[in-house]
Ligand binder design. Structure first.
Ligand SMILES: [Zn+2]
Length: 370
């Protein structure tokens, strides 16, 4: 059986011309999807790593809902290492490996730091909190970059993929990995409108050769079905969510929302969110920096939270393990989410036998870490 298996489960669920009808059709399909996935196998290993915390405009993070004077929230970028079974053996997938050391040229962040002029360096030190790098996290785990089979991002904002996969004269750091990406996101990133290109890292996908990229045209299951990639357009046109079956149920990763509060605003203690939910009856609050497809984003967030189900530790919220989760910060008072997923780890990590020998380790890996 192929490792990447398309599914038509959500096909046609957004066809109605009536948006509220689309919400209900998608919700019903999502409930079904959840039931089916929960009777299937679990991933063998799942672990998150905090990489970096950066400021992000509050007005984008909680579109139309937040009523705090604080201009920023603090966003924590996370890496997810997932291992799943397949007919071809155990596969290792990295979700959201943000090469943040090489993403500073993303115009929005570049301009934000430039605007602080002579204070740029001290301000940067204060507001950018470095926790780890992708290669640092892999080294901690004992995962050789050669053993990464797939990488994926819910969307390509700020990402620099070329260094990982090679291209434009650079050798690949993950020489055996393929990028799983929606065709729309990949094509879109090569032809951006002015307000979109503020969020994409210049040259971030330059020169990557075609056979390192797996273009997806819709939802897929990976391997034994313990991981799914669901097309959830909204935050970007080619957005997708990652669903992983773990000991904590189905964990859904996305950036359509920036915190668990965004998926249950009626229970949020962040000023403005519960009030917004009450007066509008909105079930979710959008992360809306570019609003590429607003109605779809709303529907996608309902799809995501329905598939995720309730968060076992607090059932008012949903099991959303966000790739860029608002973390709260004393310098941005009032922005701390009501609840945070925090770091997660399930199952047992298995290093690949073929590269677990002394000879195959080291080399490039060590050089990159030194
Ligand atoms: Zn984004």
């Amino acid at each position: 059986m192929s490792i990447i298996r398309p599914t038509t489960h959500f096909q046609g669920t957004r066809d109605s011309l009536r948006p509220l009808e689309r919400v209900e059709t998608v919700r019903a399909a999502a409930e079904d999807f959840r039931k089916n996935m929960l009777v299937g196998p679990k991933v063998k290993f799942y672990k998150t790593f905090e990489l970096i915390r950066v400021p992000y405009p509050a007005k984008f993070g909680y579109l139309n809902a937040i009523s705090l004077p604080t201009p920023y929230i603090h966003i924590c970028n996370k890496l997810f290492v997932i291992q799943f079974n397949s007919d071809d053996g155990l596969k290792t997938l990295l979700v959201s490996p943000s090469d943040w050391e090489h993403q500073y040229d993303t115009p929005y962040f570049k301009h934000m730091l430039e605007d602080t002029g002579m204070f740029a360096k001290p301000v940067e030190k204060l507001i950018v909190r470095i926790k780890n790098t992708v290669l640092g996290a892999l080294a901690q785990l004992g995962l050789d970059p050669k053993d990464v089979d797939y990488i994926t991002y819910d969307h390509l904002h700020t990402q620099n993929v070329t260094r990982w996969l090679g291209g434009a004269g650079e050798a690949a750091i993950f020489p055996n990995a393929k990028l799983l990406v929606m065709r729309e996101e990949w094509e879109g990133a090569q032809s951006l409108l002015p307000w979109q290109n503020q969020w994409y890292c210049p040259g971030g996908i330059n020169g990557v050769i075609d056979d390192r990229i797996e273009l997806l045209d819709g939802d897929v299951f990976l391997g034994d079905g313990s991981v799914a990639l669901m097309r959830t357009k909204g935050h970007t046109e080619g957005n997708h969510s990652i669903v992983a079956h773990t000991d904590q149920g189905l964990l859904v990763t996305s950036e359509n929302g920036v915190s668990m509060d965004a998926y249950a605003p009626e229970h949020s203690t962040i000023r403005g969110l519960a009030h917004y939910a009450k007066i509008t009856q909105a079930e979710v609050v959008l992360n809306g920096n570019t609003l590429e497809v607003g109605n779809d984003q709303y529907i996608s967030m309902i799809q995501e939270k329905t598939v995720a189900g309730r968060y076992p530790k607090d059932e008012r919220f949903f099991n959303m393990a966000l790739s860029s989760e608002s973390a709260g910060y004393s310098l941005f008072p009032g922005t701390a989410p009501t609840i945070r997923m925090g770091n997660l780890e399930f199952g047992t990590f298995t290093p690949k036998l073929k590269s677990a020998t002394k000879n195959k380790r080291g080399g490039l890996w060590r050089k990159l870490l030194s």
